[in-house]
Ligand binder design. Structure first.
Ligand code: FAD
Length: 334
């Protein structure tokens, strides 16, 4: 067996990343021993805490996971793996119930049922929310509290994983460094199983709505270890952000369009109805491309995405004001 100096042992499985995927996995593995690595204190540096609109699941009366899968396939324009769409949508309700059982205070009506919002490409209201646009923050706070009180989960904060450790054709753990220490000797963390939950790669782009530290590290490590990376060209862009000049840019949540907000260009023209029958509620790739065409200097607009957002012409309903008071709120940026 390969030996290394500077070695730590993770009891049981090692989870790289402490967003919702990492913490949820740790809770599901309890009471088996698990070590979770988070570069920043729990709740920081993860897209999960920035998510706003909510989570989609076929929960409402007259809805079905099959209908949700069909909507997903239509939005995917012929390139969706049907089996994956069916299995993910079939599990969604049970996973929402897990999140609720573990303490997420989802919005509910007087009868105690989930209040369901609408988002693009869904033919039914299926988005479970928390206080309008605070779903990600509230879910993460609930999961963090649960993780902290679970004795089988050890959280190691302040380390960034830099590579997978291999021996005899197997992954035997990871190499990690203190966050911000680019040149120090990495520590080897030995583990019986290593789970990569280090998020996406939005932080690689010039402007992103993701935390800047989410930069595709796990994909790189997996590729170096010989994994075949599937469909890396599929990167989801939020079609509407507020161009404050800052990176990351604050998101203008899609729930606004779900509640009737429309998109107009600098000339005050609404452009989405000519592009897709669902207009502003077309699939995100279509709205994102349409916005991009409007802000390209070669077209007649030189405005920023912020100026492409406009509320619906009718005054917002009381519910809209209650549920989406601050479309650019991002509770825990760090
Ligand atoms: C502004 C915003 C709004 C969103 N709104 C919604 C929404 O309304 N509904 C919805 O369903 N989805 C939404 N999303 C998408 C959703 O948040 C993500 O798909 C989801 O949170 C991803 O979870 P994750 O655990 O895989 O990744 P993340 O939550 O990003 O967690 C990744 C973790 O890995 C860690 N990490 C990264 N690199 C390393 C490394 N080298 N070593 C160790 N750890 C590492 C990070 O620090 C972090 O802890 C939104 C995303 C953003 C950014």
């Amino acid at each position: 067996m390969t030996t290394y100096d500077n070695t730590l042992n993770a009891d049981g499985a090692l989870i790289v990343g402490a967003g919702l995927a990492g913490l949820f996995c740790a809770l599901k593995l309890a009471p088996r021993p698990v070590t979770v690595i988070s570069p920043k204190p729990l709740g920081f540096g993860a897209s999960s805490a920035w998510a706003q609109g909510g989570v989609a699941a076929a929960i409402g009366a007259g809805d079905s996971s099959h209908a949700h899968a069909i909507d997903t396939e239509i939005a995917g324009a012929g390139i969706v793996d049907e089996a994956v769409a069916e299995s993910v949508t079939a599990e969604a309700k049970a996973r929402i119930e897990d999140l609720a059982r573990w303490g997420t205070p989802f919005d509910r009506n007087a009868a105690g049922e989930f209040q369901l919002g609408r988002e693009a490409a869904h033919s039914k209201n299926r988005i479970v929310r928390v206080e309008g646009d605070r779903a990600g923050y509230a879910i993460m706070q609930a999961m963090i509290a649960r993780v902290r009180e679970t004795p089988s989960i050890r959280v190691v904060e302040g380390l960034t994983v830099v590579d997978l450790a291999r021996a005899d054709g197997r992954i035997i753990g990871v190499f990690a460094r203190k966050l911000g220490d680019r040149y120090g000797e990495p520590v080897f963390i030995r583990a019986r199983a290593t789970i990569l939950a280090a998020g996406g790669l939005g932080g690689l782009y010039a402007v992103t709505t993701n935390p800047p530290g989410v930069r595709g590290h796990a994909m790189g490590m997996a590729a170096r270890a010989g994994a075949v990376i599937g469909d890396p060209e599929f990167v989801q862009f939020h079609p509407t952000a507020i161009a404050t000049g800052a990176d990351p840019a604050p998101l203008a949540t899609e729930a606004l369009r779900g509640e009737g907000a429309i998109l107009v260009n600098d000339l005050g023209e609404r452009f989405m109805p000519a592009i897709h029958p669902d207009a502003e509620l077309a699939p995100r790739d279509i709205v994102a491309r349409a916005n991009f065409r409007q802000i390209k200097p070669a077209v007649r607009c030189s405005s920023t995405p912020a100026r492409h957002w406009a509320p619906a012409s009718s005054p917002p309903s009381r519910r809209w004001q209650d549920t989406a008071p601050m479309p650019v709120s991002t509770p825990s940026r760090a």
